[in-house]
Design a protein. Structure first.
Length: 598
């Protein structure tokens, strides 16, 4: 019997589904017929109610005269509002608004005509308007609800996973709507968690809020959930790290919505949900950019980027292109890196454009030749050697590139009258203890020195570790995990600042707009992160067990990086994430005798 009932239920569901599909192409005829019938029912019912449910006083002939008139007006007004032309999604707010306007027009015309002829009591058109609006909206909403219920993902389907959604805001509402309209979604939402006490009794798309982040593990056990979807596009990396730790402890798969800036049109879709990335865990910062200020110094200008093939330089090029420069010159000594950068900019990578310049900033004559040829208005100097252990072994190479190379670019820029020169520095230049830090500190001082002698704006921008850059510690961790370990960490207490390359470059360009000549502008990197915590989190999420080995600090490495030197005093004047710091200028001393090793 149960089996037969189940089979019968399946047949009934199938018939309903077929009926809905069959009606869809004729939807507008069905809606027009229903709206006409709604007026018939509404007028009849309202007249009956007006006469206190007595049939005797009703004049059927007069009532019948009013029906075709109001139906005709409804069809004309509804067509004018697009109700029967497919202008709106079924049951949408826009369609209901059009419905309200058409009913208002029809009822007002009926009221005026009835006041002259008195087919029905004067109150009937008013009562009918409310009744007919409910009838029309009920069909549309019910039809839409039936269609959407047929589209809901099946929790019993192969590969589907019950999911808890964290966040009950607009992002979660859009995500739930997208999931529940996608029969192929691998996630089936079963509960929502949110820290806002005011949302603890809320339901979104029929899914209830069951508690806060502290209740996630209990909700997972109760609902047999297998995944946690973090549906807060604006969530900071600190929030995501905490939620990730909770999910890992509850043995939940974690997925996240990307930041708002990465969402197409700001709208959330099922395809936007993705696994956690390093950027999510470590680098989400709320960056507010003054686009007008940036555009004013980049639009229509010749912009030259040194080190254009590197992780910072290539992202600089991609973001600068948004502001429509007259020309963007890509300078790098690595031809393969230039090719990759051009490919990311135009999708072709044919290496046939004259603005692709192969040059080494160590070569003074070549640097002057390039600057003379292109006469840049703005220069972003991102070319540098950056790996601490290697430069500790080869300090002369740091001198040649980071110091002499910077000096060559500064002198060439001064000669051709560059308006704005932005030197990309590092947090290791603050109270430097290694070759890299000392070389970049000298580069900052040389830039400040040129600011005193040249007519343009010469300034430096200093920030910490950039996620996604080549040779990053996280890249090393991931490769070590892929090879079965061990994951090597220098010291359990080591901390570092992190920011995504996109966010860092966004602030670099902003700093170029607001920085005064000779300053070092320091980007706010958020709270420093303990490297051991990062390693432990990555190992916990790995498919197999991997050991963590502590190797001790290497020569030239700090336990904790700082963004400001002990003698530096910063001031935030124009942007909440950018601090202005004065630096002692260096007027081209005998650099060849500087010892970067001490």
């Amino acid at each position: 019997m149960v089996e037969q009932a189940a089979k019968g239920g399946l047949r009934r569901t199938s018939r309903l589904e077929r009926a809905l599909r069959a009606l869809l192409p004729r939807r507008f005829l069905v809606l027009a017929a229903w709206d006409s019938l709604s007026w018939v029912v509404a007028l009849t019912l309202s007249t009956w109610v007006r006469y206190e449910f007595e049939v005797g006083p009703i004049d059927a002939i007069d009532l019948l005269w009013s029906i075709p008139i109001v139906v005709a007006i409804q069809l004309v007004a509804g067509t004018w509002q697009g109700l029967y032309l497919g202008r709106w999604h079924l049951g949408s707010f826009e369609e209901i608004a059009g419905l309200l306007k058409s009913v208002l027009v029809a009822s007002v015309v009926l009221f005026i005509a009835n006041a002259q002829v008195r087919w029905v009591p004067i109150s009937v058109p008013v009562i009918s308007a409310f009744v007919v609006l409910v009838e029309m909206a009920a069909l549309r909403y019910g039809w839409r609800l039936a269609i959407e219920r047929r589209k809901r993902p099946d929790v019993e389907a192969e590969g589907s996973r019950k999911a808890i959604v964290f966040g009950a805001g607009e992002g979660a509402a859009q995500l739930l709507t997208a999931i529940l309209r996608d029969p192929g979604s691998r996630y089936v939402p079963v509960a929502i968690a949110d820290d806002d006490p005011a949302k603890q009794h809320l339901r979104l798309r029929g899914i209830p809020v069951r508690g806060t982040r502290e209740h996630i593990a209990a909700i997972a056990r109760d609902k047999e959930a297998e995944a946690l979807l973090i549906a807060i596009p604006s969530a900071s990396s600190a929030v995501i790290r905490e939620l990730s730790d909770i999910a890992i402890a509850a043995r939940l798969e974690v997925a996240v919505l990307p930041p708002v800036s990465e969402l197409l049109g700001g709208q959330v879709g099922v395809g936007d949900v993705r696994p956690l990335s390093d950027d999510d865990l470590l680098g989400r910062h709320a960056v507010d950019t003054d686009v007008d200020a940036i555009a004013s110094y980049l639009r229509g200008r010749v912009v030259l980027v040194t080190g254009a093939g590197g992780s910072i330089g290539s992202e600089l090029c991609r973001q600068i292109m948004r502001f429509d420069p007259a020309e963007l010159v890509l300078l790098d000594h690595d031809e393969s890196a230039i090719h990759a950068c051009q490919l990311s900019l135009d999708g072709r990578g044919l290496l046939d454009s004259p603005n692709l310049v192969v040059a080494d900033i160590r070569d003074r004559d070549r640097v002057f030749e390039v600057f003379e040829q292109w006469q840049p208005d703005v220069v972003f100097h991102a070319a540098a050697l950056k790996h601490v252990p290697l430069l500790e072994m080869h300090p002369d190479e740091a001198m040649k590139t980071n110091v002499w190379g910077t000096q060559h670019c500064l002198e060439a820029a001064s000669k051709v009258g560059v308006e704005r020169f932005v030197n990309i520095s590092t947090d290791k230049a603050a109270d430097p203890v290694n070759v890299l830090g000392r070389s970049k500190r000298v580069a900052e001082q040389l830039t400040a020195g040129m600011a005193e002698r040249a007519s343009g704006h010469y300034l430096s921008v200093r920030f910490g570790n950039v996620l996604g850059s080549r040779g990053s510690v996280l890249t090393a961790f991931r490769q070590q995990i892929d090879h079965g370990g061990p994951v090597t960490v220098t010291d359990p207490a080591t901390t570092r600042y992190f920011m995504t390359v996109r966010e860092a470059v966004q602030l670099v360009i902003q700093a170029g707009a607001i920085g005064e000549a000779g300053e070092v502008l320091v980007l706010d990197m958020g709270t420093p992160v303990r490297i051991a915590d990062v390693a432990e989190r990555m190992v916990a999420a790995a498919p197999r067990r991997v050991k963590i080995v502590y190797t001790g600090l290497r020569p030239g490495e700090k336990l904790h990086e700082v963004l400001f030197g002990s003698d530096e005093v910063g001031e935030r004047r124009e942007h909440p994430l950018i601090t202005h710091v004065a630096v002692d200028p260096l007027d081209a001393p005998p650099i060849e005798v500087l010892d970067l090793t001490r």
